[in-house]
Design a protein around this ligand. Structure first.
Ligand SMILES: NC(=O)c1ccc[n+]([C@@H]2O[C@H](COP(=O)([O-])OP(=O)(O)OC[C@H]3O[C@@H](n4cnc5c(N)ncnc54)[C@H](OP(=O)(O)O)[C@@H]3O)[C@@H](O)[C@H]2O)c1
Length: 248
């Protein structure tokens, strides 16, 4: 297990799914963890699982809210922009509002979180991590705005990595395939509603995209994030790391 005692980690979207799994993994490694999101109740439930986890209510799409989040958190050595959301629709039926919602939460939210995270980063060995997606590396039908936003995160990370390269800060994206989380359960429900498939068939259509024929566990993403925060990963910078069983 990594030893992160003395480090402070801020994780957006830390109240559920991958964010909550990362919060518990970093707290188990001894770090002080701050989780942020819009739902106070959800954050509290995750914080109740470990004494090293604290909460801040914040909306990553709002610049002032993100600035207030970092003021309340104090100096953070590790910042993980994980908050995100997905919506699906045929491209020709995608409204400008739906497009904007996907860009706001997935791309602008990551921009604001990493920018403020970098501005306040106290240590020369800080870590910035964005949770992108395999949708940042390849296309999927019916989620063009989500995929565009996630591709945008990969471009942001690759560019920022060159700016911070002369410091000891690194910035990387983790690109998971379909995960065993609530977000995927919502996608499965949507497929059932739109196509008439059974729940098992819908789940199989997503897990079957992974050559290993399974959904990725949130703990696997957490382990990758922990490794990126180890000293041994100090030369890993500007990468989009696929955690997808070989899908990308
Ligand atoms: N599920 C998948 O198959 C999959 C695959 C690849 C990548 N990912 C990415 O992994 C990340 C985590 O996804 P997940 O599967 O763990 O989904 P999830 O359980 O739905 O978690 C998303 C989190 O983001 C928070 N959030 C959403 N909008 C926010 C906003 N405006 N401000 C602050 N927090 C916000 C949510 O909390 P509140 O609603 O309380 O704000 C929630 O805790 C996302 O970036 C997602 O795109 C997911």
């Amino acid at each position: 297990m990594s030893d992160l005692a003395g480090k402070t980690v801020l994780i957006t979207g830390g109240g559920s799914g991958v964010g909550a799994a990362m919060a518990r993994a970093f707290a188990d490694a001894g770090a002080k963890v701050i989780i942020a999101g819009r739902s106070e109740e959800r954050l509290r439930q995750t914080a109740a699982t470990h004494k090293l986890i604290a909460t801040i209510v914040a909306d990553v799409t709002d610049e002032q809210s993100v600035q207030a989040m970092f003021s309340a958190a104090g100096p953070c050595d590790i910042v993980i922009a994980n908050a995100g959301a997905s919506e699906s629709a045929p491209f020709a039926k995608t409204s400008l509002n739906a497009w904007q919602r996907m860009i706001d939460v997935n791309l602008t939210g990551t921009f604001l979180t990493l920018r403020e995270g970098l501005r306040q980063m106290p240590t020369p060995a800080g870590r910035l991590i964005a949770i992108a997606s395999t949708a940042g590396l390849k296309g999927y039908a019916y989620v063009a705005p989500y995929a565009a936003a996630k591709h945008g995160i990969v471009g942001l990370v690759r560019s920022l990595a060159l700016e911070v390269a002369k410091t000891n800060i690194t910035v990387n994206a983790i690109c998971p395939g379909f995960l065993n989380t609530e977000m995927t359960e919502r996608s499965i429900a949507n497929i059932v509603e739109k196509t008439g498939k059974t729940v098992d068939e819908a789940r199989g259509s997503l897990s079957g995209l992974n050559p290993q024929q399974r959904l990725i566990e949130p703990s696997e993403v957490a382990e990758t994030a922990l490794w990126l925060c180890s000293d041994g990963a100090r030369s890993v910078n500007g990468q989009a790391i696929s955690v997808s069983g070989g899908e990308t």
